[in-house]
Design a protein around this ligand. Structure first.
Ligand SMILES: NC(=O)c1ccc[n+]([C@@H]2O[C@H](COP(=O)([O-])OP(=O)(O)OC[C@H]3O[C@@H](n4cnc5c(N)ncnc54)[C@H](O)[C@@H]3O)[C@@H](O)[C@H]2O)c1
Length: 265
């Protein structure tokens, strides 16, 4: 039986760890050839080797999404190696900047600009350079990684949340502008996903307890949960899905504000 993404060429930007690494593995498992692009080259190369060891096709390239020519180079490398581009997962984000992301009155121009340069402009560069390659192929699927922080207000995460809201709108813009040429553009909106992070940057105990209270799913979301949603949006099963924001959050953003109180009583 043919794998659903057999013969497709995919680029995953921000694929060394976490959700992007899981997506790269999932797309390869479903038959796609995968270029893993990331600032962290060694880790991206390790992920590519793991895919190859499982019988897939993959290679890794270093890319800083702040640099437009680096993003353009990644797309060109996939086209050079495999003759075209079918799937782009735009997933990079500067997660190290989240910790210093407080309330609006405390925002600094530097932190705000840095967050937007990676999280928003980087994804725009991905779309901008993938679109011509997909047009040459007769279509394609772009999946941007957004966040529940782009849907709902919070006590902090001002720059991160505003940036993710911008990703939602970038997604709709691309979907509308290129839908007629058979390019679909959708976003995944993860809730809280358990990702291994360097010491001190993981979820705090308080966050974990709060999540237990507010997330209807009785288990932690993991990168593979988001990867499955991305793989669905990448393939033909989603051929009529365009401009959609697919929430993957265990129900975190679905509940009434009183839900947490009711669960506590
Ligand atoms: N983990 C969560 O709970 C969660 C929730 C909502 C949304 N997200 C989103 O999911 C995506 C992946 O996050 P994650 O949680 O897997 O974290 P992660 O840190 O494991 O993944 C981010 C990846 O982006 C790469 N990256 C960072 N800056 C880059 C740059 N300038 N150029 C290229 N690559 C760069 C990192 O090296 C890393 O591999 C992000 O877009 C994040 O905003 C995560």
């Amino acid at each position: 039986m043919r794998e659903p993404l057999e013969g497709r060429v995919a680029v995953v930007i921000g694929s060394a760890t976490g959700i992007g690494a899981a997506t790269a593995a999932k797309l390869a498992e479903r038959g796609a050839r995968v270029l893993l692009a990331d600032l962290a080259l060694d880790a991206a190369q390790s992920r590519a080797r793991e895919i190859i060891e499982r019988g897939g096709q993959a290679f890794a390239l270093q890319c800083d999404v702040v640099d437009e020519s680096a993003v353009a180079g990644v797309i060109a490398a996939a086209v050079d190696r495999w003759g075209g581009l079918d799937i782009l997962h735009n997933n990079a984000a500067a997660m190290q900047l989240v910790r210093g992301d407080g309330a609006v009155a405390d925002a600094t121009a530097e932190h705000w600009d840095e967050t937007f340069a990676v999280n928003v402009r980087g994804q725009m560069f991905g779309c901008k350079h993938a679109i011509p390659a997909m047009l040459a192929r007769g279509g394609g699927s772009i999946i941007n990684t957004s966040s529940a922080s782009g849907l709902l207000g919070d006590l902090g995460l001002s720059a991160y949340g505003a940036g993710k809201a911008a990703i939602n709108q970038l997604t709709r813009a691309v979907a509308v502008q290129y839908g007629r040429q058979n390019i679909r553009c959708n976003a995944v909106i993860p809730g809280l996903i358990k990702v291994e992070r360097p010491e001190g940057r993981g979820m705090t105990v308080e966050q974990r307890l709060s999540l237990r209270e507010h997330q209807p799913a009785p288990f932690d979301g993991v990168p593979d949960d988001v990867a499955s949603a991305v793989a669905f949006l990448a393939g033909d099963d989603a051929r009529f899905v365009n401009g959609h924001l697919l929430v993957v959050d265990g129900g975190l953003t679905a509940h009434m504000p009183t839900y947490g109180d009711a669960m506590r009583s």
